[in-house]
Structure formats: structure tokens, C-alpha cells
Ligand binder design. Structure first.
Ligand SMILES: C[S@@+](CC[C@H](N)C(=O)[O-])C[C@H]1O[C@@H](n2cnc3c(N)ncnc32)[C@H](O)[C@@H]1O
Length: 369
């Protein structure tokens, strides 16, 4: 009897969560947020106790697809990554939601126009081919953010008909650009944070081809071997729990001749000890959350070589990204949460970038054919 009671309440919980998710999909999601958080909190506890429903019934459609438009089979044993109110649990460790995304979410909900324009689709630095002529408006920043994605895609030699994974896809802006510019692409977005995936999904509404968005950890890709032609990781690898694990997974899931293209803030050997020290601070203290900026170009070359990738492109675009900082300073007034750390961390990155100690790099690695 007692067991039946427990099962019934688990089932009830499951259905409540399902109902709330359906409500979210139909536009009432903001009103239900508090309730939803409460349900996830309880559901998280159920998961911890090992009492979660069978995989097919996990109340989470995003990570449980059996196949997607990329033609990849997602593995049945998708690594568990359960959304909690405050933490995301993966097999490797607990990942806290990034504080800057929480603040972005608040400002996007408040329909703050500059934030909506600048960060509604991309959450990365801008790229100005001619930085001397850069202005500071949000519209211009939006175009520069598009330009950064497009420059990385150009270097990765994207072409019609390819199967593309955007790992750490955020709000899906890069995939949307690719979908608009190419034909017959099979696009997939993966991100650890489900909240962002809802927004990414919304962002695709006016797009012709629907893009599947999957919740998961880039270091444990829920895909079969050799099923992508290109894997992108735009300004997110420093958040991943383990660069080596991500490279191994990218190598495994890329077809022969495939390419991994990423952007990262790469320290000089002189700055490395300082970034290593900063990485040790509790992530909960900062605005940008858990970041690891300790990987030098030499580290990347060694890593690629050890895994079997050839280094294809190393492009330093630091000067082309510098106008980003001027734009970010104009936002200081709208940021409420952790304003002090937001300003301090941004100033540190700016000073290190302007002095050449921190370089913004676009990197492409090729899996031999
Ligand atoms: C700076 S944002 C970049 C987002 C997107 N690539 C863009 O350019 O707009 C970093 C992204 O990495 C995601 N992320 C962090 N850790 C991750 C992980 N282990 N697996 C997948 N995504 C992750 C975050 O949720 C966030 O969306």
C-alpha cells in the first residue's frame, strides 16, 4: 500500500511537471515559473533517490529525442542532466546556472530594449572588421555578434547539406544564421541549461526548418559516432567541465574530414598564472560564473595532437572584438545583480585584452579524412 502511495505521488508529480511544461510551450510559462521551480525541486529529489520514471517518461522532451534532423541517433542512455532550481547535475559534477544568464533572463523578461537587441539571439562578443569605425549602439552590437558567428562559420567552411552541431548553443542565434544562409542543413543545438533552450526554440519560430534543441553536457554528447560534419562551440568552452572530454567527444561524433570550430579567450603564458588563480575562486562569487581561462594556444595544439585532430586555423581577432567593451560599459546602468563583480570582471578582461595578454582566438581543428 505504502509503495503504491509513493508510486502514485511520483506519477502525480510527473504529470504535474508535464502539464506545466505543456503550459510553458503554450505561452503561460512566465506565470508558472514559481510553480515549475517547486515541481522541479521535488522532482529533483525523486531523481536523487533513484526513483525517476522510466527514461521514455522523463518529463523533459528536449533531451530525450530518439533521432533528430542531423540523422544522428541520440543514445538511449543519454547522460542524466536534471534541471534543479539552483543546480544542474551531470555525471561529472554539479554545474551552477551562470549568474550572467540569470540576469540576462531577468532583463529579457523585462523587455529591456538594448538587451533584447544585443543578447536576444547571441550571448557572445562582437566582431568588427573595421573596429576603428565601430559605434556603441545595441543594433550595431547585434550585427557585430552576427558577424562573429559568421566569421567562425566561414573559417569552418560550412556548406549546404551539412550536419551541424552547435554545442553550448545558448539562444540559438548561430544556428538560425546558418539556417538562413544555407540549404538542406541538418542543424542541432545542445546546451546544458534548459531555460535557454526554450528561448532558442522560440527564436526559431519564423525559420523555415525547425531545429532540434537538446539539453545535455557538451562533454558527454548524446550522439552516435561520426554523425556530424561540423561541430561549433561559440564562446562557451571555458564553461565546459573538461576541455579534453569535449575534444574527445567532438572527435568521436565528427565524421572523417569533419571540423570542430570554436572561439575562446586564450591567455598568454604570462597571464596564465593569474587566470589559473582566478579560476580557483568560488564560481558563486562572480558574475560570469564558472570559467576556466587557463588554456594557452600551446595547450590547444598539444590537446588536438593527442586526440588526433589537425590544427586547421588559428585566427587572433582580439582587436576586432575590442569595441564590445565600450558597449558593455553602456549596460552597467541596467545590470542589478552582482553589479560590482560584473564591472570588475569585465574591466579585467578588457585590460588583459587591450594589453595583448588575453587573446580572442577563432580555432578550427580537422579530423583527418
Ligand atoms: C557565453 S554563452 C555562449 C552561448 C552561445 N554559444 C552564443 O554564442 O550565443 C556560454 C554557453 O555555454 C553553455 N554551457 C555551459 N556549460 C555547458 C556544458 N557543459 N554543456 C553545454 N553547454 C554549456 C551555457 O549554458 C551558455 O549557453
Amino acid at each position: 500500500m505504502a509503495l503504491c502511495g509513493v508510486m502514485a505521488s511520483i506519477g502525480g508529480l510527473h504529470h504535474t511537471a508535464r502539464g506545466l511544461e505543456v503550459a510553458m510551450r503554450h505561452g503561460t510559462r512566465h506565470g508558472s515559473d514559481e510553480k515549475l521551480r517547486a515541481v522541479y525541486a521535488q522532482w529533483g529529489m525523486v531523481s536523487i533517490l533513484g526513483l525517476q520514471p522510466a527514461p521514455a517518461e522523463v518529463p523533459c522532451e528536449l533531451p530525450r529525442r530518439t533521432s533528430d534532423r542531423a540523422g544522428c541517433r541520440t543514445l538511449a542512455a543519454t547522460p542524466p542532466s536534471y534541471r534543479f532550481p539552483d543546480v544542474v547535475m551531470t555525471q561529472r559534477r554539479f554545474l551552477r546556472p551562470l549568474p550572467y544568464f540569470a540576469e540576462l533572463e531577468r532583463l529579457l523578461e523585462a523587455e529591456e530594449p538594448a538587451i533584447r537587441s544585443a543578447f536576444g539571439r547571441h550571448v557572445h562578443w562582437g566582431y568588427w572588421p573595421d573596429p576603428a569605425r565601430a559605434g556603441t549602439g545595441a543594433g550595431e552590437f547585434e550585427r557585430a555578434a552576427d558577424a562573429l558567428s559568421l566569421e567562425l562559420c566561414r573559417l569552418a567552411e560550412l556548406d549546404d547539406g551539412q550536419r551541424i552541431l552547435d554545442a553550448g548553443c545558448g539562444f540559438g542565434g548561430t544556428l538560425r544564421l546558418i539556417g538562413e544562409r544555407h540549404r538542406d542543413m541538418r542543424l542541432t543545438g545542445l546546451n546544458i541549461d534548459r531555460q535557454q533552450l526554450w528561448r532558442a526554440s522560440d527564436n526559431q519560430r519564423d525559420n523555415v526548418a525547425r531545429i532540434p534543441f537538446v539539453q545535455g553536457d557538451a562533454c558527454q554528447l548524446p550522439y552516435s559516432d561520426a554523425c556530424f560534419d561540423r561541430i561549433l562551440a561559440v564562446e562557451c568552452i571555458f564553461h565546459f567541465p573538461d576541455r579534453r572530454a569535449f575534444f574527445q567527444e567532438a572527435f568521436r561524433t565528427l565524421a572523417p574530414g569533419g571540423r570542430l570550430a570554436l572561439s575562446d579567450f586564450v591567455p598568454s603564458t604570462l597571464l596564465r598564472p593569474a587566470t589559473a588563480l582566478i579560476s580557483l575562486r568560488p564560481a558563486s562569487m562572480g558574475f560570469y560564473g564558472d570559467c576556466d581561462f587557463t588554456y594557452t594556444l600551446e595547450d590547444y595544439r598539444r590537446l588536438a595532437d593527442g586526440i588526433g585532430f589537425r590544427v586547421g586555423v588559428e585566427k587572433d581577432i582580439t582587436v576586432n572584438t575590442l569595441p564590445t567593451y565600450r558597449f558593455l560599459h553602456t549596460l552597467a546602468g541596467v545590470i542589478r545583480a552582482r553589479r560590482l563583480s560584473a564591472v570588475a570582471e569585465t574591466l579585467f578582461a578588457e585590460a588583459a585584452s587591450r594589453t595583448g595578454l588575453l587573446r580572442y582566438q577563432l580555432l578550427v581543428f580537422e579530423k583527418p579524412g
